[in-house]
Every structure is written in structure tokens, then in C-alpha cells.
Design a protein around this ligand. Structure first.
Ligand SMILES: NC(=O)c1ccc[n+]([C@@H]2O[C@H](COP(=O)([O-])OP(=O)(O)OC[C@H]3O[C@@H](n4cnc5c(N)ncnc54)[C@H](OP(=O)(O)O)[C@@H]3O)[C@@H](O)[C@H]2O)c1
Length: 325
């Protein structure tokens, strides 16, 4: 089969669609012919050599895929060759085939194409686990989502609204703020022009939960924006890994600071996330009331161009890579 390889000797770490060995499904795994995958920020980090795949994961880029079941490993029941599926991956999505642990597979509704399905797993599971499992966001509570128009942000807005929560976002352009409001946010702050903590205090009286991708640069304002017993979930450190912290504020407001990564979790934990999402949100996704937001779909051979879109913050929602038509 073919997969995207990173040329570690070239300064720009060029991507090459090249011949590699076929995966063989192990016990409990299902072999899938990949039709589409999608780009995540983590792929850019991995390509740069800064985010190695967890032990045992395929070495190629790609944290999600959609495709067709092509074979079953020993002991797999309940799946058949020819079924259309998608799944969260620990790696290996930028390829023609992948062996996936069976519990992570999701059957596609008849009206879903592979592009839509490939845009679903990583960002919806990330939004779900962090808002509802880690931060225990409740109906009627409020949440601030940084990067509201990002892949994760567009998923998080929809899930929070679907559960009856009030949503504020930050977003870096008028078009991104407009899309965030369309998806259900009631406040979209231009963080370059306005102090988001002050805006959130003024409009919502603070928030119960913050889904943060900045880290250091936003820490002080995030702590200010949280209400009593607020929860701050850190999922990325785009604004740096360090910052002074006012522990008095943490103490007085009884705040919780939660760090969270999805990729390195065990299969058991990922299975609980997939099952939890299936029960709570899948019926609304299958019915089309919640849907992945897709910026564009490009052929896998244009993966470098797709990475550039994310690197320049030009995407609203997901950039999908088509592997087979
Ligand atoms: N922990 C986990 O398990 C997990 C899982 C999935 C994703 N993530 C992380 O979550 C983040 C969003 O992922 P994604 O795939 O949805 O990303 P994405 O679609 O590429 O969007 C990221 C957005 O972040 C904003 N941004 C860029 N640099 C920033 C900075 N220094 N400070 C604040 N905002 C900045 C930009 O939006 P504006 O133009 O609006 O500024 C950008 O469009 C990524 O950092 C990713 O690595 C973490």
C-alpha cells in the first residue's frame, strides 16, 4: 500500500506518498481500506519531530479515518467485510490501509460520505471527553471555547449547545466569529481587540468551564473568567507552556485545572469515550442535528498544502484528505 512519509532529511520535512508494507490485523483488529482521513494540528507537530506516536501505534501521520472493512483479525466478531466505518486512530490515517482495534469502529449512516465521516472522530471525541467527562459540563452551565472556529472548537460549540449550555468563544477573524455564532455561540470575542476575560464577565457573569488551547498566554485571564468552582481544561499549549499563576484565585474560587491528551490514552479509555459519545450524542449526529464543519477536502497527495492551511490558521473546521474516490 501507499502512505505519506516524512522526509526527515529535508529542511521543510517534505511529505511523500510512497510504497510501504501493508498492515496485518492482529487479534481484535479490523483491516480497513481508507477512503479519507483528516488533518489535525498534532500532525504538524509529529511531522516536525515534536510529537512521536505512542508505543505500538503506526508511525505514519493521521489520527482518524473513514473507509471500508477489508478483513478481520483473529477473534473479531460483529463486523463484516464491506461495511462503511470511521475511527479514531493513534496514528496511520495518511495511508491506504489501517488495522484498527474493533471497539473504536463506528458504522456510518447511509447518508454520510467518507469526507464527512473522516472529519468526525478526533475533534468530536476531543470536545466530548474534555467538556463532559473531564470538566463535567452540565446543562445550564456556561463554557468559553478558545479557537471557536477550529476543528475542535466547531465540534465543542455544537455539543455544548446541544446539551443546553451557554457558549462563548474567541476567534481570530470576522468570518470565524460569524461561523461560531451560526453554530450556536452567543458571544464571539475578537481576542486581538478585546480582553476576553472582561467580555465574558460582562456578558455572561463569568463561565463554568473553559476549553483552552493557549496555555501560558491565557492562564491569568482564564482564571479571571472562571466562576466559583470553575474548571479549566488545557488541551494544547499554543500560547506557551509556562505562566505565573495566582493560586489565591484558584483557592478562593475553588477552581480546577485539568490537563488532557486523547492520543496517549489506553484502548480501554478510548473505548469508554467512543461508547459514551455513542450513547449521548450519536443519535443527534446520525440525524444531522450536529455535523462536522469542513473547510475543504484535498487529495492525499496534497497533504503538505493541507498542513499549510492549518499552520496559517486559515481553516474553519476540518481539512480532509481524500485517499480513494
Ligand atoms: N489534548 C488533546 O487531546 C487534543 C486533541 C485534539 C486537538 N488538540 C489541540 O487543540 C487545538 C485545536 O485543534 P484543531 O485541530 O481543532 O486545530 P485547528 O483547526 O488547526 O485550529 C487551531 C486554531 O487555534 C487558533 N490559534 C492558533 N495559534 C494560537 C495561539 N497561539 N493562541 C491561541 N489560539 C491560537 C487559531 O484560530 P484563530 O484564528 O481563531 O486564532 C487556529 O485556527 C490544537 O492545538 C490541537 O493540537 C488537543
Amino acid at each position: 500500500m501507499k502512505a505519506i512519509l516524512v522526509d526527515e532529511t529535508s529542511p521543510e520535512r517534505a511529505l511523500r506518498w510512497a510504497e510501504v508494507p501493508d498492515p496485518v490485523p492482529g487479534p481484535g483488529e479490523v483491516l480497513v481500506d481508507i477512503h479519507a482521513t483528516a488533518v489535525n494540528r498534532a500532525d504538524l507537530l509529529q511531522r516536525a519531530g515534536n510529537y512521536p506516536p505512542p508505543p505500538g501505534a503506526p508511525s505514519y501521520l493521521g489520527l482518524e479515518m473513514a473507509g471500508v472493512v477489508a478483513g478481520l483479525g483473529p477473534g473479531v466478531t460483529g463486523w463484516q467485510v464491506g461495511e462503511r466505518v470511521c475511527a479514531l486512530l493513534a496514528g496511520g490515517g495518511y495511508a491506504e490501509r489501517i488495522a484498527v482495534p474493533a471497539p473504536l469502529l463506528v458504522r456510518l449512516p447511509a447518508d454520510w460520505d467518507f469526507v464527512k465521516a473522516a472529519a468526525f472522530p478526533e475533534v468530536f471525541y476531543t470536545a466530548f471527553v474534555n467538556l463532559f467527562m473531564e470538566a463535567q459540563l452540565q446543562a445550564g452551565e456556561s463554557v468559553l471555547i478558545h479557537g471557536g472556529a477550529s476543528g475542535v472548537g466547531t465540534a465543542a460549540i455544537q455539543l455544548a449547545r446541544a446539551e443546553g449550555c451557554r457558549v462563548a468563544v474567541t476567534a481570530g477573524s470576522p468570518e470565524k466569529r460569524r461561523r461560531s455564532l451560526e453554530l450556536g455561540a452567543e458571544l464571539a470575542v475578537d481576542y486581538r481587540e478585546e480582553d476576553f476575560a472582561a467580555a465574558v464577565q460582562e456578558r455572561l457573569g463569568g463561565v463554568d468551564v473553559i476549553l483552552d488551547i493557549s496555555g501560558g498566554a491565557y492562564l491569568e485571564r482564564n482564571l479571571k473568567a472562571l466562576k466559583l468552582k470553575g474548571r479549566l481544561v488545557l488541551i494544547a499549549l499554543l500560547g506557551g507552556p509556562t505562566a505565573p499563576i495566582d493560586l489565591g484565585l484558584v483557592l478562593r474560587k475553588r477552581l480546577r485545572l485539568i490537563g488532557s491528551l486523547l492520543r496517549s490514552r489506553s484502548l480501554e479509555e478510548k473505548t469508554r469515550i467512543v461508547e459514551g459519545f455513542a450513547i449521548r450524542f450519536w443519535p443527534r449526529m446520525a440525524a444531522g442535528r450536529i455535523a462536522p464543519v469542513i473547510e475543504t477536502a484535498l487529495p492525499i497527495t496534497r497533504a503538505a498544502e493541507a498542513h499549510q492551511l492549518l499552520a496559517e490558521n486559515r481553516n474553519i473546521g476540518k481539512v480532509v484528505l481524500v485517499v480513494r474516490q
